[in-house]
Design a protein around this ligand. Structure first.
Ligand SMILES: [Zn+2]
Length: 376
């Protein structure tokens, strides 16, 4: 009897151990699959993150209907895109109420998701982005005593920021602009991009504190041989640049190693100026450098090809004559800018782009909408 009870206890213990082994196996398998899924899906999730950030930002904004889709919706919409301007009776991308979460999903998240997943091949600009008018403003030194015509004092610069604020403009980052140019997803109703060339110490002493004060993002184009050196005029130090680069408001772009006229350089030197400068900044600042700015705006097809080969997602130019809006650029490797003296003109025309949902509604109400007339 005793033996039999002992055997039962042993059997029960064995059963219990087996059960625990099974449970452990199940949990392990689940953990392995979860880890595998996370590893495989993380690139996609990272790619989709900006869409949701943008979408949620718009849902909170007073102008929430900034969604778009990459598809053609009606002949009227196509005509508007081809002509480069929205239909006359079409209200611009603002003023729509968005109350229900279903609206958020069907009118904002899904069109943006579709737009994001069907970007035009780089370095092309999405046709719908050509309807927007996004000024990219170019500044150089900001210092109390002006020395040349393209200098500006800190007081004058703050005056510009106040005009931007009072006119209801929204400064957006260069990444945000590039995403818009690739997908056609509209920006806020009156967007503007701020850029500063050449890495002067005034950018740290005067510009950066003002950007923080107003909460405005900006891009600084750096040529690395100047950093920390007394080269010509004042220069940023590496420590100042590192501090600025860590701030989410700041984007650092490469402006070459030595600021030469790139059209006059040999292939080998072009590689150094364009590719090595990117690597140098990436190593020093420990972040990816995705944007390039041509010194003095000088470039040709050969230069552009190396900028593309280096893996930059955009490159900014400058012209001596009138500035153009980003959507008027030939492509992402020749993004147009305005000089800061053209700020009033830029403010008056800034426009974030067309909401596809609104185009659709406008076409429907005018009777010209022909249903789901999408491109094959
Ligand atoms: Zn420069």
């Amino acid at each position: 009897m005793k033996l039999s009870s002992w055997a039962k206890v042993q059997a029960l213990q064995k059963e219990s151990v087996i059960r625990w082994v099974h449970r452990f196996r199940k949990v392990s398998v689940l953990l392995i699959w979860t880890s595998l899924f996370t590893i495989l899906a993380s690139p996609l999730l990272l790619k989709l993150l900006p869409i949701f950030q943008q979408t949620l930002g718009q849902a909170r904004s007073p102008h929430p209907s900034l969604e778009t889709s990459p598809f053609s919706l009606s002949p009227k919409v196509d005509q508007a895109i081809a002509s480069g301007s929205p239909p006359a009776e079409m209200p611009l991308a603002c003023g729509t109420e968005l109350n229900a979460s279903t609206s958020l999903l069907s009118e904002t998240v899904l069109p943006q998701l579709k737009a994001y997943l069907s970007t035009v091949p780089a370095p092309n600009i999405h046709p719908r982005a050509r309807l927007a008018k996004v000024p990219v403003m170019m500044y150089h030194d900001v210092l109390p005593e002006k020395e040349v015509f393209f200098d500006i004092t800190p007081e004058e610069f703050e005056g510009d920021l106040q005009r931007i604020q009072q006119s209801g403009l929204t400064p957006v980052s260069l990444d945000h602009l590039v995403n818009h140019l690739k997908t056609g997803i509209p920006l806020p109703p009156k967007p503007i991009v701020l850029t500063f060339d050449d890495g002067y110490s005034g950018h740290y002493e005067h510009v950066y504190p003002l950007l923080k004060k107003y909460g405005y993002p900006a891009t600084f184009a750096i040529y690395t041989s100047k950093v920390g050196k007394k080269l010509g005029r004042s220069s940023l130090t590496w420590a100042q640049l590192e501090e600025m680069a860590k701030d989410p408001l700041v984007t650092i772009a490469s402006h070459t190693l030595t600021h030469p006229d790139l059209t006059l350089q040999s292939a080998e030197l072009l590689d150094q100026e364009i590719i090595t400068s990117k690597q140098t900044l990436e190593k020093a600042l420990n972040l990816p450098i995705q944007h390039f700015v041509y010194p003095e705006g000088k470039f040709d097809e050969r230069v552009e090809a190396i900028v593309e080969k280096a893996g930059y997602t955009s490159a900014l130019i400058m012209r001596n004559d009138d500035g153009k809006f980003a959507g008027e650029s030939d492509n992402l490797l020749t993004v147009e800018r305005f000089g800061f003296s053209e700020l009033d003109e830029a403010i008056a025309q800034a426009y974030g782009g067309v909401s596809v949902a609104q185009l659709e509604r406008s076409a429907k109400s005018s009777g010209s909408y022909g249903g789901e007339a999408r491109n094959p």
